[in-house]
Design a protein around this ligand. Structure first.
Ligand code: BES
Ligand code: MN
Ligand code: ZN
Length: 500
């Protein structure tokens, strides 16, 4: 889908569909919507008076214009309550309008920017939200569907119309920026949506290498021989049960000078998590193809950083493995020494994410990263605690934690801080090795984070547990059912805002 910004007046713009908006409870719309209402002889106000639409967020109502204005149809989209309005609401309104247009098989649509007027958000931020909400909503994963399904009409052109010529330049640069971000996020969604018979560690590495190196990042891929030689034994222990070999993907974006520090981002790349010898229950196991959502988020954020030329040095590390039971699989009770940090007694082979991340964090430090962030679909316990829309944030550094929390209002990717008290380490004590890889039923998301902390060498570090946020089972925000790309914008914004 192409997004353009054009100068124009809504009552004088020719398009098959024109999108305007209103807040909940408004009886007589103003601004662009008011102008359209007037031109249509009060049709919108009448519908409002009749109670056909309340302006709830994402609610839509269609009008035919009978040539009273050049646009053939007008779609009014609700923005919800004005005091709850922000960038996320603007994105959702844009997504709702796009989905409504698709149902009408419309190929070209014009829209005003959601929320720049009485919405009270910065015009540029509103334009970005309108564009990215549309671009994320337009995404589909249909490469395995029938020809008929794949060629169904879809929106091809979105034109953002703005009357004020002074705003055009800012809107245009905003649109260019979010086009790059949406492209990167949708790339991450493709990686997650692909099933594990296609998205093997090698395939993941190939796709990341192809797309990211074209965008200007430096990508190195290490194979199973290198991984064993290097001593990434915690990672190898997880990988070795599968006939499909692992890869370690290393991405560098050098946007700052030689003296600048490196931020290391590590993403969990379990292409499929069967649980290994500690085999999972079959119900819902297919969702574990998304267990590389953290790795996909790192790849997406690195892609956007490279494309946008962000002036920071960023290192992305993705241990990519398949967690399978098999004749060569590791067993509960095994003791493994990774690249660095304490030796680990494997209690459950299903607590595999922390094992590969441990080696990923150690290796990021070895390569010179002094600030560490990891992102992973790590624990069911985090889903029990926070549900499927909010990710758990853990950090040993107040500045890092605050920066992530401050970004939530912009990204709409919700995070919630969790405690890191040292008492939780008690649950990881092992009689046979340095630590155990599970800490029992209590506080499972926290003990997973405490496990990872052992591999950070006290460097400033944040950990984001995105379990069940990587995919949605029903349409939500700007996403259809399937992969969300959760984390791409959170990580990108962190990299952009981080001062070192
Ligand atoms: N990949 C899972 C966590 C997960 C759960 C992701 C639900 C997405 C949705 C992880 O590897 C796992 O199996 N964790 C175990 C840890 C336990 C054995 C300590 C869990 O949460 O049950
Ligand atoms: Mn697991
Ligand atoms: Zn897992």
């Amino acid at each position: 889908m192409k997004v353009e910004v054009k100068e124009g007046d809504v009552t004088n713009f020719a398009a098959p569909l024109l999108v305007v908006n209103l807040f909940e409870g408004v009886k007589h719309p103003g601004g662009a919507t008011g102008a359209v209402d007037q031109a249509l002889g009060g049709a919108v106000s009448k519908a409002l008076a009749a109670g056909e639409m309340k302006g709830k967020l994402g609610q839509t109502l269609l009008f035919y214009t009978y040539e009273k204005i050049p646009a053939a149809r007008v779609l009014v989209v609700g923005l919800g309550e004005s005091d709850k309005f922000g960038p996320e609401e603007a994105r959702r309104a844009a997504a709702a309008a796009l989905w409504a247009a698709e149902k009408l098989s419309i190929k070209d649509m014009a829209t005003i920017v959601h929320g720049a007027g009485i919405g009270g958000i910065q015009p540029q931020s509103a334009a970005e939200a309108t564009a990215i909400g549309s671009l994320l909503a337009a995404y589909r994963f249909d490469r395995y569907k029938s020809e008929e399904d794949r060629t169904k009409p879809r929106l091809e052109n979105l034109t953002i119309i703005e009357r004020d010529a002074d705003k055009l330049a800012a809107f245009q640069s905003g649109v260019k920026r979010v086009e790059a971000i949406a492209w990167a996020q949708n790339f991450a969604r493709d990686l997650v949506n692909e099933p594990s018979n296609v998205m093997t560690p090698a395939e993941f590495a190939n796709r990341v290498e192809e797309v990211l190196s074209k965008a200007g990042a430096e990508v190195t891929v290490h194979d199973e021989v290198w991984i064993q030689k290097k001593g990434l034994n915690l990672m190898w222990g997880v990988a070795k049960g599968s006939a499909t070999p692992p890869r370690l993907v290393v991405i560098r974006h050098k946007g700052a000078g030689d003296k600048a520090t490196w931020i290391g981002m590590v993403g969990k790349g379990v292409m499929f998590d069967s649980g290994g010898i500690s085999l999972k229950q079959p119900q819902g196991m297919g969702e574990m193809k998304g267990d590389m959502g953290g790795g996909a988020a790192v790849a997406g954020a690195m892609l956007a950083a490279a494309k946008l030329g962000i002036k920071r040095n960023v290192l992305g590390i993705i241990p990519a493995v398949m967690n399978s039971p098999g004749g060569r699989a590791q067993n509960p009770g095994d003791i493994v020494c990774g690249l660095d940090g304490p030796s680990v007694e494997i209690i459950s082979t299903d607590a595999e994410g922390r094992l590969i991340l441990a080696d990923g964090l150690s290796y990021a430090r070895e390569l010179g990263a002094t600030y560490l962030v990891d992102i992973a679909t790590l624990t069911g316990a985090s889903v029990v605690a926070l549900g499927t829309r909010v990710a758990a944030l853990f950090s040993t550094d107040e500045k890092l934690e605050k920066l992530f929390m401050d970004n939530v209002s912009q990204t709409g990717e919700r995070l919630w801080p969790m405690p890191m008290f040292d008492e939780y380490n008690k649950q990881l004590e092992s009689t046979a090795a340095g630590i155990k890889n599970t800490g029992g039923r209590h506080a499972g998301a926290i003990t997973a984070a405490k496990f990872l902390e052992h591999f950070t060498d006290s460097k400033p570090w944040a950990h984001i547990d995105i379990a069940a946020k990587e995919m949605t089972d029903k349409p939500y925000s700007c996403y259809r059912k399937g992969a969300t790309g959760f984390g791409v914008r959170t990580l990108l914004r962190f990299v952009e805002k981080w001062e070192v």
